[in-house]
Structure formats: C-alpha cells, structure tokens
Design a protein around this ligand. Structure first.
Ligand SMILES: O=c1ccn([C@H]2C[C@H](O)[C@@H](COP(=O)(O)O)O2)c(=O)[nH]1
Length: 165
C-alpha cells in the first residue's frame, strides 16, 4: 500500500540525513514540527487561497503538488520517530471531509500539527495524517498522484544529500 511504501522510503532518507548530519543522538522533534509548519505555509502561499487582496491565481498544479509532498515528508518523518508507521495499517480512512473551504482546511491542518506536538499520541498522529490527506483531496490530488510525486521528491532529496545541499 502507498502509505506503507512512503514510510519505508522516508525511513531510508531520514537515516541517511541523520547519519550525514550526525543527529542520531539529537532530539530534532521540535525542528521537524517547525519544518512541517513552514512547508504548510509554503503550500498555502502557492495556492494563494487566503490572498483576498490579490487578483493573481494559484501556482501551477505541479508546483502545488510538490509543496504538498514536502509536507508529507515531514509528517511521515514525525510518525517514524514514534513508530506510528506500524499503526497506520493498510490505509488511512478518509472521513470524506476533503471538501469545503481551503483556508479552513489549512487552519485545521495547523491545529492538527499543534495537537500532535502536545500529545504525541497515535490518535493525534492519525488525525494529522487524515487531515493532511483531506487537504490533498481538496486540492484535487488523488492518492496515486500524491504517491508518485512523493517518490519523485524523495529521489530529489537523496540527490541533494549526495550533492551536499
Ligand atoms: O529529516 C528530514 C529533513 C528533510 N526532509 C525533506 C522533506 C522535504 O521534501 C525537504 C525539505 O527541503 P527544503 O527544500 O525545504 O530545504 O527535505 C526529510 O524528508 N527528512
């Protein structure tokens, strides 16, 4: 299943980054949370959904998808820190809430991140993953598309580590 495969790829990338940057004994939880919050902000910026003062439209779909999977990287990475990859099972059941206002959904995602940061429970993690998938659905991305874009960005991230990014 896609989610399980993404967790596997994320584990390999994270190990590589941690070894290269000597982070095996560091607690980088807060940095990962902040990195995720920044990625969500970058994604919101590309959609321009909240820019009521502007007439410019959103960025290209591909650009938005790439920002989305950057966020997915950090969500998976956070889950791996607590072994929640094993809990996620076969699939994340969509609550069918991938509809509605994009701005509201972004705020729900931020809320889910903060809740997970406080609680660090399997339940709050699954809620975060679900809300993030709902955001993806609202942006018009299928799970297959998300998976393919994730794999491709994961490869880019490996290359960047090779090149001393
Ligand atoms: O421990 C980490 C650190 C970074 N990334 C990935 C996630 C994003 O795809 C990308 C962020 O890179 P910037 O372009 O924002 O520097 O790096 C990880 O997967 N794991």
């Amino acid at each position: 299943m896609e989610l399980q495969k993404m967790f596997e790829l994320q584990k390999v990338l994270d190990r590589r980054i941690e070894t290269k940057h000597r982070l095996e004994h560091e607690n980088i939880f807060d940095k990962k949370v902040l990195a995720l919050l920044v990625e969500i902000g970058e994604l919101a910026n590309e959609t321009r959904c909240f820019k009521y003062w502007s007439e410019k439209g959103p960025s290209a779909r591909e650009t938005i998808l790439e920002e989305y999977v950057d966020g997915m990287h950090f969500i998976l990475s956070l889950g791996l820190m607590f072994g929640f990859d094993r809990l996620s099972g076969e699939s994340v059941p969509g609550r069918g809430r991938g509809t509605g206002d994009l701005t509201v959904k972004f705020l729900e995602v931020y809320d889910a991140v903060y809740r997970f940061q406080r609680e660090k429970t399997a339940e709050s993690y699954m809620a975060l993953l679900e809300t993030f998938y709902e955001l993806g659905e609202l942006l018009g991305f299928t799970r297959e598309e998300i998976f393919r874009a994730y794999v491709s960005k994961n490869e880019v991230n490996h290359r960047r580590q090779e090149e001393g990014y």
